[in-house]
Ligand binder design. Structure first.
Ligand code: CTP
Length: 403
Protein backbone atom coordinates (compact mmCIF):
# COMPACT_ATOMS: atom_id res chain seq x y z
CA UNK A 1 0.00 0.00 0.00
CA UNK A 2 2.68 2.48 0.88
CA UNK A 3 4.94 1.63 -2.07
CA UNK A 4 5.56 5.14 -3.30
CA UNK A 5 5.94 4.29 -6.98
CA UNK A 6 3.01 1.89 -7.21
CA UNK A 7 0.74 3.07 -10.00
CA UNK A 8 2.79 6.22 -10.68
CA UNK A 9 3.23 7.38 -14.24
CA UNK A 10 6.92 8.03 -14.80
CA UNK A 11 8.43 9.52 -17.95
CA UNK A 12 12.06 8.52 -18.35
CA UNK A 13 13.75 11.08 -20.62
CA UNK A 14 17.04 9.79 -21.96
CA UNK A 15 19.88 12.10 -22.98
CA UNK A 16 22.67 11.32 -25.42
CA UNK A 17 25.48 9.94 -23.30
CA UNK A 18 27.05 6.53 -22.91
CA UNK A 19 25.10 6.03 -19.67
CA UNK A 20 21.96 5.89 -21.85
CA UNK A 21 22.28 2.10 -21.80
CA UNK A 22 21.71 2.16 -18.04
CA UNK A 23 18.31 3.79 -18.65
CA UNK A 24 17.19 0.35 -19.87
CA UNK A 25 17.73 -1.10 -16.40
CA UNK A 26 16.19 1.98 -14.82
CA UNK A 27 12.97 1.41 -16.78
CA UNK A 28 12.90 -2.17 -15.50
CA UNK A 29 13.55 -1.20 -11.87
CA UNK A 30 10.84 1.45 -11.92
CA UNK A 31 8.39 -1.08 -13.32
CA UNK A 32 9.39 -3.56 -10.64
CA UNK A 33 8.51 -0.87 -8.08
CA UNK A 34 5.02 -0.71 -9.60
CA UNK A 35 5.37 2.33 -11.86
CA UNK A 36 4.07 2.63 -15.40
CA UNK A 37 6.99 3.94 -17.47
CA UNK A 38 7.07 5.76 -20.80
CA UNK A 39 10.21 6.90 -22.53
CA UNK A 40 11.29 9.98 -24.48
CA UNK A 41 14.72 10.10 -26.10
CA UNK A 42 16.91 12.80 -27.60
CA UNK A 43 18.45 12.19 -31.02
CA UNK A 44 21.76 11.65 -29.24
CA UNK A 45 20.27 9.01 -26.98
CA UNK A 46 19.03 7.11 -30.04
CA UNK A 47 22.68 6.83 -31.16
CA UNK A 48 23.51 4.92 -27.97
CA UNK A 49 20.44 2.71 -27.53
CA UNK A 50 17.59 2.06 -29.92
CA UNK A 51 14.04 3.26 -29.30
CA UNK A 52 12.96 -0.30 -30.11
CA UNK A 53 14.83 -1.59 -27.05
CA UNK A 54 13.10 0.95 -24.83
CA UNK A 55 9.76 0.26 -26.46
CA UNK A 56 10.12 -3.45 -25.72
CA UNK A 57 11.17 -2.77 -22.12
CA UNK A 58 8.59 -0.12 -21.32
CA UNK A 59 5.75 -1.73 -23.24
CA UNK A 60 4.89 1.62 -24.83
CA UNK A 61 5.92 3.43 -28.01
CA UNK A 62 8.91 5.70 -27.45
CA UNK A 63 8.70 9.42 -28.17
CA UNK A 64 11.71 10.56 -30.22
CA UNK A 65 10.55 13.08 -32.79
CA UNK A 66 8.35 16.15 -32.40
CA UNK A 67 8.02 16.40 -36.18
CA UNK A 68 6.67 12.88 -36.62
CA UNK A 69 2.94 13.42 -37.04
CA UNK A 70 2.05 9.91 -35.87
CA UNK A 71 4.09 10.19 -32.66
CA UNK A 72 2.78 13.68 -31.91
CA UNK A 73 -0.78 12.53 -32.50
CA UNK A 74 -0.67 9.53 -30.18
CA UNK A 75 1.96 10.05 -27.51
CA UNK A 76 3.73 13.33 -28.26
CA UNK A 77 5.02 16.00 -25.92
CA UNK A 78 1.67 17.27 -24.66
CA UNK A 79 0.31 13.78 -24.08
CA UNK A 80 3.43 12.70 -22.23
CA UNK A 81 3.46 15.84 -20.09
CA UNK A 82 -0.21 15.36 -19.21
CA UNK A 83 0.22 11.67 -18.46
CA UNK A 84 3.36 11.80 -16.29
CA UNK A 85 3.43 12.27 -12.52
CA UNK A 86 7.21 12.56 -12.57
CA UNK A 87 10.00 13.02 -15.13
CA UNK A 88 13.41 11.46 -14.70
CA UNK A 89 16.23 12.75 -16.91
CA UNK A 90 18.74 9.93 -17.09
CA UNK A 91 21.37 10.49 -18.15
CA UNK A 92 21.08 14.28 -17.92
CA UNK A 93 24.00 15.28 -20.11
CA UNK A 94 25.67 18.69 -19.93
CA UNK A 95 23.92 19.62 -23.18
CA UNK A 96 20.51 18.50 -21.92
CA UNK A 97 20.91 20.40 -18.63
CA UNK A 98 21.85 23.54 -20.60
CA UNK A 99 18.86 23.22 -22.90
CA UNK A 100 16.42 22.58 -20.05
CA UNK A 101 17.86 25.52 -18.10
CA UNK A 102 17.48 27.77 -21.17
CA UNK A 103 13.86 26.69 -21.64
CA UNK A 104 14.51 25.35 -25.12
CA UNK A 105 12.10 23.03 -26.85
CA UNK A 106 14.08 21.64 -29.73
CA UNK A 107 13.58 17.89 -29.41
CA UNK A 108 11.24 15.27 -27.96
CA UNK A 109 12.65 15.49 -24.42
CA UNK A 110 12.76 19.27 -24.07
CA UNK A 111 9.35 19.92 -25.64
CA UNK A 112 7.75 17.39 -23.29
CA UNK A 113 9.53 18.94 -20.31
CA UNK A 114 8.41 22.43 -21.31
CA UNK A 115 4.82 21.26 -21.17
CA UNK A 116 5.25 19.51 -17.80
CA UNK A 117 4.69 21.19 -14.43
CA UNK A 118 5.38 18.34 -12.00
CA UNK A 119 8.54 17.14 -10.27
CA UNK A 120 11.68 16.42 -12.29
CA UNK A 121 14.55 14.24 -11.14
CA UNK A 122 17.87 15.06 -12.80
CA UNK A 123 20.39 12.24 -12.97
CA UNK A 124 23.50 13.79 -14.51
CA UNK A 125 26.19 11.66 -16.11
CA UNK A 126 29.11 12.94 -18.16
CA UNK A 127 32.87 13.16 -18.28
CA UNK A 128 34.46 14.83 -15.21
CA UNK A 129 35.71 17.81 -17.19
CA UNK A 130 32.23 18.52 -18.55
CA UNK A 131 30.72 18.07 -15.08
CA UNK A 132 33.24 20.47 -13.54
CA UNK A 133 32.69 23.10 -16.22
CA UNK A 134 31.39 26.33 -14.75
CA UNK A 135 28.48 26.51 -17.23
CA UNK A 136 27.29 23.01 -16.30
CA UNK A 137 27.39 23.86 -12.60
CA UNK A 138 25.63 27.20 -13.17
CA UNK A 139 22.89 25.53 -15.21
CA UNK A 140 22.35 22.84 -12.61
CA UNK A 141 22.28 25.36 -9.75
CA UNK A 142 19.71 27.47 -11.61
CA UNK A 143 17.46 24.45 -12.10
CA UNK A 144 17.81 23.33 -8.49
CA UNK A 145 16.78 26.80 -7.34
CA UNK A 146 13.30 25.75 -8.45
CA UNK A 147 11.72 23.41 -5.91
CA UNK A 148 10.39 20.99 -8.51
CA UNK A 149 13.88 19.97 -9.64
CA UNK A 150 15.97 17.48 -7.65
CA UNK A 151 19.27 15.90 -8.48
CA UNK A 152 20.69 12.46 -7.78
CA UNK A 153 24.37 11.82 -8.47
CA UNK A 154 26.59 11.85 -10.33
CA UNK A 155 28.97 9.63 -8.41
CA UNK A 156 32.73 9.21 -8.62
CA UNK A 157 34.31 6.17 -10.26
CA UNK A 158 35.70 4.80 -13.45
CA UNK A 159 34.17 6.59 -16.42
CA UNK A 160 33.51 5.13 -19.86
CA UNK A 161 36.47 6.97 -21.36
CA UNK A 162 38.87 5.44 -18.81
CA UNK A 163 39.13 8.55 -16.62
CA UNK A 164 38.47 8.20 -12.93
CA UNK A 165 36.46 10.98 -11.40
CA UNK A 166 33.04 12.49 -10.85
CA UNK A 167 30.52 11.84 -13.57
CA UNK A 168 29.05 8.33 -13.35
CA UNK A 169 25.29 7.97 -13.33
CA UNK A 170 23.98 7.35 -9.81
CA UNK A 171 23.42 3.72 -8.83
CA UNK A 172 20.05 2.31 -9.89
CA UNK A 173 18.86 1.79 -6.32
CA UNK A 174 19.66 5.43 -5.52
CA UNK A 175 17.81 6.58 -8.63
CA UNK A 176 14.74 4.59 -7.62
CA UNK A 177 14.97 5.84 -4.01
CA UNK A 178 15.20 9.46 -5.19
CA UNK A 179 12.24 8.93 -7.53
CA UNK A 180 10.27 7.41 -4.64
CA UNK A 181 10.90 10.34 -2.35
CA UNK A 182 9.93 12.81 -5.09
CA UNK A 183 6.79 10.84 -5.83
CA UNK A 184 5.58 11.14 -2.27
CA UNK A 185 6.36 14.81 -1.83
CA UNK A 186 3.43 17.12 -1.23
CA UNK A 187 1.45 18.53 1.66
CA UNK A 188 0.12 15.07 2.60
CA UNK A 189 3.45 13.21 2.40
CA UNK A 190 3.71 10.79 5.30
CA UNK A 191 -0.03 11.04 6.05
CA UNK A 192 -2.51 8.16 5.92
CA UNK A 193 -5.92 8.80 4.47
CA UNK A 194 -8.89 6.43 4.70
CA UNK A 195 -11.82 7.02 2.35
CA UNK A 196 -15.16 5.24 2.00
CA UNK A 197 -16.81 5.57 -1.41
CA UNK A 198 -19.68 4.27 -3.50
CA UNK A 199 -22.98 2.70 -2.46
CA UNK A 200 -23.58 -0.42 -0.40
CA UNK A 201 -25.96 -3.23 -1.30
CA UNK A 202 -28.25 -5.02 1.11
CA UNK A 203 -29.61 -8.18 -0.45
CA UNK A 204 -33.20 -9.25 0.18
CA UNK A 205 -32.57 -12.58 -1.56
CA UNK A 206 -29.88 -13.79 -3.98
CA UNK A 207 -31.23 -11.66 -6.86
CA UNK A 208 -32.60 -8.50 -5.25
CA UNK A 209 -31.04 -5.74 -3.18
CA UNK A 210 -31.60 -2.30 -1.63
CA UNK A 211 -29.12 0.32 -2.75
CA UNK A 212 -28.83 3.87 -4.14
CA UNK A 213 -27.51 5.53 -7.32
CA UNK A 214 -24.07 6.47 -5.93
CA UNK A 215 -21.26 5.91 -8.45
CA UNK A 216 -18.41 6.56 -6.01
CA UNK A 217 -17.04 9.40 -8.16
CA UNK A 218 -16.77 11.99 -5.38
CA UNK A 219 -15.12 9.59 -2.93
CA UNK A 220 -12.71 8.38 -5.60
CA UNK A 221 -11.88 11.99 -6.51
CA UNK A 222 -11.12 12.61 -2.82
CA UNK A 223 -8.86 9.54 -2.80
CA UNK A 224 -7.04 10.42 -6.01
CA UNK A 225 -6.38 14.00 -4.98
CA UNK A 226 -5.10 12.85 -1.57
CA UNK A 227 -2.72 10.51 -3.32
CA UNK A 228 -1.54 13.23 -5.70
CA UNK A 229 -0.82 15.36 -2.62
CA UNK A 230 1.47 12.61 -1.31
CA UNK A 231 -0.76 10.64 1.09
CA UNK A 232 -0.84 6.85 1.49
CA UNK A 233 -4.49 6.19 0.71
CA UNK A 234 -6.88 3.33 1.45
CA UNK A 235 -10.26 3.32 -0.27
CA UNK A 236 -13.05 1.10 0.97
CA UNK A 237 -15.25 0.95 -2.11
CA UNK A 238 -18.75 -0.33 -2.58
CA UNK A 239 -19.97 -1.92 -5.84
CA UNK A 240 -19.32 0.58 -8.67
CA UNK A 241 -18.59 0.29 -12.37
CA UNK A 242 -15.59 1.65 -14.19
CA UNK A 243 -11.85 1.74 -13.76
CA UNK A 244 -10.54 1.92 -10.25
CA UNK A 245 -7.67 4.17 -9.29
CA UNK A 246 -4.18 2.72 -9.04
CA UNK A 247 -1.51 3.27 -6.48
CA UNK A 248 -3.66 2.96 -3.42
CA UNK A 249 -4.97 0.21 -1.21
CA UNK A 250 -8.39 -0.78 -2.46
CA UNK A 251 -10.78 -2.80 -0.33
CA UNK A 252 -13.93 -3.91 -2.13
CA UNK A 253 -17.05 -4.34 -0.04
CA UNK A 254 -20.72 -5.04 -0.66
CA UNK A 255 -22.75 -4.42 2.47
CA UNK A 256 -22.70 -1.80 5.22
CA UNK A 257 -21.42 -4.47 7.63
CA UNK A 258 -18.52 -5.27 5.32
CA UNK A 259 -17.78 -1.56 5.05
CA UNK A 260 -17.69 -1.33 8.84
CA UNK A 261 -15.44 -4.38 9.10
CA UNK A 262 -12.98 -2.81 6.65
CA UNK A 263 -12.98 0.62 8.27
CA UNK A 264 -12.70 -0.20 11.97
CA UNK A 265 -9.23 -1.81 11.99
CA UNK A 266 -7.86 1.01 9.82
CA UNK A 267 -9.38 4.15 11.21
CA UNK A 268 -7.12 4.61 14.24
CA UNK A 269 -3.98 4.65 12.10
CA UNK A 270 -5.42 7.25 9.72
CA UNK A 271 -4.66 10.96 9.83
CA UNK A 272 -7.85 11.73 7.96
CA UNK A 273 -11.02 9.68 7.59
CA UNK A 274 -13.27 10.78 4.73
CA UNK A 275 -16.67 9.07 4.74
CA UNK A 276 -18.05 9.66 1.26
CA UNK A 277 -19.87 6.33 0.89
CA UNK A 278 -23.60 6.40 0.38
CA UNK A 279 -24.38 3.65 2.87
CA UNK A 280 -27.77 1.95 2.70
CA UNK A 281 -29.52 2.88 5.91
CA UNK A 282 -31.61 -0.28 6.05
CA UNK A 283 -31.34 -3.96 5.36
CA UNK A 284 -33.92 -6.74 5.38
CA UNK A 285 -34.38 -8.29 8.80
CA UNK A 286 -34.59 -11.67 7.11
CA UNK A 287 -32.48 -12.39 4.05
CA UNK A 288 -33.88 -15.27 2.02
CA UNK A 289 -31.20 -17.78 0.97
CA UNK A 290 -33.22 -18.66 -2.12
CA UNK A 291 -35.02 -16.48 -4.64
CA UNK A 292 -38.37 -15.32 -3.26
CA UNK A 293 -41.29 -16.15 -5.54
CA UNK A 294 -43.74 -13.34 -6.18
CA UNK A 295 -47.37 -13.60 -5.16
CA UNK A 296 -50.26 -11.48 -6.43
CA UNK A 297 -50.73 -9.33 -3.37
CA UNK A 298 -48.55 -6.67 -1.77
CA UNK A 299 -45.41 -7.86 -0.01
CA UNK A 300 -44.16 -6.71 3.34
CA UNK A 301 -40.47 -6.60 4.10
CA UNK A 302 -39.28 -5.71 7.57
CA UNK A 303 -36.25 -3.46 7.40
CA UNK A 304 -33.76 -2.92 10.18
CA UNK A 305 -30.99 -0.32 10.43
CA UNK A 306 -27.50 -0.99 9.16
CA UNK A 307 -24.54 0.15 11.27
CA UNK A 308 -23.58 3.80 10.94
CA UNK A 309 -19.96 3.37 9.93
CA UNK A 310 -18.94 6.99 10.37
CA UNK A 311 -20.61 7.37 13.77
CA UNK A 312 -19.11 4.08 14.99
CA UNK A 313 -15.62 5.05 13.79
CA UNK A 314 -15.96 8.52 15.32
CA UNK A 315 -16.98 7.03 18.68
CA UNK A 316 -13.99 4.67 18.59
CA UNK A 317 -11.36 7.31 17.95
CA UNK A 318 -12.79 10.33 19.69
CA UNK A 319 -10.90 9.98 22.93
CA UNK A 320 -7.55 9.36 21.19
CA UNK A 321 -5.19 12.31 21.50
CA UNK A 322 -3.93 11.59 17.97
CA UNK A 323 -7.27 10.83 16.41
CA UNK A 324 -7.88 11.31 12.67
CA UNK A 325 -9.62 14.35 11.34
CA UNK A 326 -13.18 13.20 10.62
CA UNK A 327 -14.85 14.36 7.43
CA UNK A 328 -18.42 13.35 6.62
CA UNK A 329 -20.62 13.91 3.59
CA UNK A 330 -24.30 14.78 3.59
CA UNK A 331 -26.51 14.40 0.54
CA UNK A 332 -29.68 16.43 1.00
CA UNK A 333 -32.60 17.56 -1.11
CA UNK A 334 -33.66 20.52 1.09
CA UNK A 335 -32.50 22.53 4.12
CA UNK A 336 -28.98 21.45 3.27
CA UNK A 337 -27.16 23.54 5.87
CA UNK A 338 -29.47 22.65 8.75
CA UNK A 339 -29.31 18.90 8.19
CA UNK A 340 -25.59 18.91 7.51
CA UNK A 341 -24.83 20.78 10.74
CA UNK A 342 -27.03 18.38 12.68
CA UNK A 343 -25.05 15.42 11.30
CA UNK A 344 -21.76 17.15 12.05
CA UNK A 345 -22.75 17.57 15.70
CA UNK A 346 -24.40 14.17 16.11
CA UNK A 347 -21.49 12.18 14.66
CA UNK A 348 -18.90 14.50 16.26
CA UNK A 349 -17.15 15.38 13.01
CA UNK A 350 -14.56 18.02 12.24
CA UNK A 351 -15.98 18.86 8.83
CA UNK A 352 -19.03 17.93 6.80
CA UNK A 353 -19.36 18.34 3.05
CA UNK A 354 -22.96 18.97 2.11
CA UNK A 355 -24.53 18.93 -1.29
CA UNK A 356 -28.00 19.42 -2.61
CA UNK A 357 -28.50 16.32 -4.76
CA UNK A 358 -31.66 17.78 -6.29
CA UNK A 359 -29.56 20.45 -8.09
CA UNK A 360 -28.45 19.85 -11.69
CA UNK A 361 -24.74 19.15 -11.87
CA UNK A 362 -24.53 17.97 -8.28
CA UNK A 363 -24.78 14.65 -6.54
CA UNK A 364 -25.17 11.06 -7.69
CA UNK A 365 -23.48 10.08 -10.93
CA UNK A 366 -22.66 13.63 -12.09
CA UNK A 367 -19.11 14.58 -13.01
CA UNK A 368 -19.51 17.94 -11.30
CA UNK A 369 -20.53 18.94 -7.82
CA UNK A 370 -21.49 21.98 -5.77
CA UNK A 371 -20.77 21.75 -2.08
CA UNK A 372 -20.89 23.68 1.14
CA UNK A 373 -18.49 22.65 3.88
CA UNK A 374 -19.25 23.26 7.54
CA UNK A 375 -17.29 22.93 10.74
CA UNK A 376 -18.57 23.47 14.28
CA UNK A 377 -18.53 27.23 13.76
CA UNK A 378 -20.55 27.25 10.52
CA UNK A 379 -19.87 27.44 6.80
CA UNK A 380 -16.15 27.39 5.97
CA UNK A 381 -16.00 26.66 2.23
CA UNK A 382 -18.08 26.72 -0.93
CA UNK A 383 -16.80 24.91 -3.99
CA UNK A 384 -18.16 23.94 -7.38
CA UNK A 385 -16.75 22.48 -10.57
CA UNK A 386 -15.55 19.04 -11.58
CA UNK A 387 -15.56 16.52 -8.74
CA UNK A 388 -11.77 16.58 -8.89
CA UNK A 389 -11.66 20.37 -8.53
CA UNK A 390 -14.13 20.21 -5.65
CA UNK A 391 -11.96 17.50 -4.05
CA UNK A 392 -8.90 19.75 -4.43
CA UNK A 393 -10.69 22.62 -2.70
CA UNK A 394 -11.78 20.33 0.17
CA UNK A 395 -8.24 18.96 0.56
CA UNK A 396 -6.94 22.55 0.64
CA UNK A 397 -9.14 23.08 3.68
CA UNK A 398 -8.23 19.73 5.28
CA UNK A 399 -4.47 20.23 4.87
CA UNK A 400 -4.70 23.64 6.50
CA UNK A 401 -6.52 22.01 9.46
CA UNK A 402 -3.91 19.25 9.73
CA UNK A 403 -1.09 21.76 9.87
N1 CTP B 1 -22.68 7.08 6.86
C1 CTP B 1 -22.04 5.93 7.30
N2 CTP B 1 -22.76 4.81 7.60
C2 CTP B 1 -24.11 4.82 7.46
C3 CTP B 1 -24.75 5.97 7.00
C4 CTP B 1 -24.00 7.08 6.71
O1 CTP B 1 -20.82 5.91 7.41
N3 CTP B 1 -24.80 3.73 7.76
C5 CTP B 1 -21.87 8.28 6.60
C6 CTP B 1 -21.84 8.68 5.16
O2 CTP B 1 -20.73 8.13 4.49
C7 CTP B 1 -21.75 10.19 5.24
C8 CTP B 1 -22.58 10.51 6.46
O3 CTP B 1 -22.49 9.36 7.27
O4 CTP B 1 -20.46 10.64 5.49
C9 CTP B 1 -23.99 10.79 6.10
O5 CTP B 1 -24.69 10.88 7.27
P1 CTP B 1 -26.20 10.34 7.40
O6 CTP B 1 -26.80 11.02 8.57
O7 CTP B 1 -26.24 8.89 7.42
O8 CTP B 1 -26.77 10.85 6.09
P2 CTP B 1 -27.96 10.23 5.42
O9 CTP B 1 -27.83 8.78 5.16
O10 CTP B 1 -28.20 11.11 4.25
O11 CTP B 1 -29.00 10.44 6.59
P3 CTP B 1 -30.52 10.76 6.49
O12 CTP B 1 -31.04 9.68 5.63
O13 CTP B 1 -30.97 10.70 7.88
O14 CTP B 1 -30.58 12.12 5.88
Amino acid sequence: MTEPLLGRNIAVAIGGGIAAYKACDLVRELQRAGADVRVAMTKGACEFVTPLTLQALSGHPVFTDTFDAAQEHHYGHLELAKWADLFILAPATADLLARVKAGLGNDAVTTALLAFRGPVLLAPAMNTAMWDHAETQTNLAALLAQPRYRVVGPVAGLLADGDVGMGRLAELKDLVAAASSLAVSGPLAGRRVLVTAGPTREFLDPVRFLSNPSTGKMGLAMAEVARALGAAVTVVLGPVEGPTPRGLELVRVGTAEELLAAVMPRVEAADVFVAAAAVSDWKAQQVSPVKTKKGDGPETITLVRTPDVLATASAKVHANPKRPLLVGFAAETHDVGTYAKEKLAKKRLDLIVANDVSQRGAGFGADTNQVLVFDGSGEVLRADGSKRDVAKAIWGLITSRLA
